[in-house]
Design a protein around this ligand. Structure first.
Ligand SMILES: Nc1nc2c(ncn2[C@@H]2O[C@H](COP(=O)(O)OP(=O)(O)O)[C@@H](O)[C@H]2O)c(=O)[nH]1
Ligand SMILES: Nc1ncnc2c1ncn2[C@@H]1O[C@H](COP(=O)(O)OP(=O)(O)O)[C@@H](O)[C@H]1O
Length: 195
């Protein structure tokens, strides 16, 4: 276990689908005791996904109602589905932990940066097109969804230059190690091993 002194930071994992953002984020999040801000989404829940952990899966009607109430800090439409982050969720987690992480596409990352400025650290995780396609296939994602997601590959890759840091992900352990080191320097949390 690690202990840290807090400094408010919002860590945004971004990059193409299948690059490994979620896998890396979960590992790094655990190391630093960071809370994940879970998005609201209208897409269907995939086998193995847990409502409230992977996403808050909601109907279009619920989503639109929340949007009308002004609950979303950012809200996007991707391949016909809505995705959004509730502003209160970010604020509450920041108050509690001082540091939160999110997994967003480039649009979401850009909005967070505009709203929170210096607090936001964008970590761009990437791999080549063939690799991300193969990983999605192995995950059992249906071919049409993979094709749609690959349609965003080039535009997501072009966001790399705007991010504070970029990490090629072929060896998950190595990537996690590099990101942990980067964040440690950023957060200056003086990780103390309590074990
Ligand atoms: N802007 C934004 N992007 C999101 C949000 N939630 C998820 N995303 C990203 O939207 C994209 C579409 O997600 P999806 O195809 O459902 O794949 P998933 O990453 O396996 O859930 C992915 O790149 C997600 O990381 C959100 O609240 N806002
Ligand atoms: N370095 C890696 N080598 C091999 N497989 C990986 C690596 N990183 C992630 N994966 C696998 O690739 C798939 C997509 O990873 P995921 O973290 O869900 O990506 P993203 O959140 O970017 O869509 C998952 O099955 C994950 O276990």
């Amino acid at each position: 276990m690690y202990e840290f002194n807090d400094r408010e930071k919002i860590i945004v994992f971004t990059g193409p689908d299948g690059s490994g953002r979620k896998s890396v984020a979960e590992a790094v999040g655990q190391t630093f005791g960071m809370a994940k801000v879970v998005s609201y989404a209208t897409r269907s829940q995939r086998p193995g996904e847990v409502n409230g952990q992977d996403y808050h899966f909601v109907t279009h009607a619920t989503y639109e109602e929340m949007e009308m109430q002004g609950e979303f800090l950012e809200s996007v439409t991707i391949d016909g589905h809505y995705y959004g982050i509730r502003g209160l969720d970010v604020e509450e987690h920041l108050d509690l932990r001082g540091c939160v992480y999110l997994i967003l596409n480039r649009e979401g990352a850009e909005i967070l940066k505009k709203v929170y400025g210096e607090k936001v650290v964008r970590l761009f995780v990437y791999a080549d097109r063939r690799t991300v396609e193969e990983r999605q296939r192995r995950l059992g994602i249906d071919p049409d969804t993979i094709t749609a997601r690959l349609g965003h590959y080039d535009s997501e890759m072009a966001y790399r230059a705007s991010c504070e840091h970029a990490f090629e992900n072929y060896d998950l352990g190595q990537t996690t190690y590099e990101i942990t080191n980067t964040l440690e320097a950023y957060l200056q949390r003086n990780l103390v091993d309590k074990d």
